[in-house]
Ligand binder design. Sequence first.
Ligand code: NAD
Length: 320
Amino acid sequence: RKTLLLSRHDVTALLTMEVTLPAVERAFLAHGRGEVQMPSKVYLSFEAEGGDLRAMPAYAAGAAGVKWVNSHPQNPARFGLPSVMGLYILSDPATAFPLAVMDATLITAMRTGAAAAIASKFLARPAPKTLGLIGCGVQARYLLDAHRAVYGAGFEVLAADASAEASQRFAAESGARVVSLEEAAGSDVVCTSTPSRTPVVARGWLRPGTHVNAIGADAHGKQELDPAILRDARVVIDDWTQATESGEVNVPLHDGTYTRAAIHATLGEVIAGKRPGREHAEITVFDSTGLAVQDVAVAQVLFEAAQSRGVGTAIDLLGL
Ligand code: NAD
């Protein structure tokens, strides 16, 4: 019995945003219908090193697996490594045999971009004219790709970052225009993807009807938005336990400047039609922490694509 190894190179050859988007939307729908098993992420915190490692198991739609992934914001500057690196183990639910071990760095980036663009599809006003990207690191590239896959290329991309070098490099690659944080926040759809622990976006910078995808806050203590934005907005989270412990809402919930009762719904509930999405010209916020069901859904379609196209290296890992 062989286990399929899929390297970054293999995953890059197989995984497109067009494959990722429907898999991630199906994962949110199943989550919204209560059809998944997904214990909360387990964190190991490396306080001295300024990073963490997480285990993310899930069982959904006949697929089971676990992602082992980190967030080390200092990695690029200090070690020339990405902030986020991941490994996925896909197991057969019938026997628990490890079907595949794969690079999950690209899976993470793609499924995160896809989740934001799906949230935009369900919560933003149609046909945005501007997409503001606050934080121009790895994730910004996939946020942009996913929004292009959903909306086409008919919007202007406004890019802002605390590092001028990061925003300029991103602009040169993507055709974005480098602007101030405030100007980027004035876009129709705004995506924040920074590792910040203090608000980066002020309430007064957002226009009525804006949709914000708050992506960066995915661990306790992280925060990108002025809590006044949450108080004024229709807030949709990805998962109750995860978002309240580690998402954009975690800091204001803990310091008492925001309440659980103010949270509108999960994205899955909106997709499943259990709760309405946007109804007026309000600001909407999607608080993304990243769900294990997104990963298992993408890992499963990757495994199937690898098998049908003969990609990857099969090894007798367990000697069976
Ligand atoms: P990255 O290090 O590649 O990029 C982060 C960018 O943010 C850098 O360009 C940095 O200069 C910029 N930045 C930092 N502080 C800033 C500030 N105060 N104002 C403006 N810009 C600032 O990281 P990445 O891989 O793109 O990840 C970004 C964040 O998203 C991290 O916090 C990561 O943990 C999180 N993340 C969330 C999910 C999810 O599913 N929600 C998935 C992956 C990563």
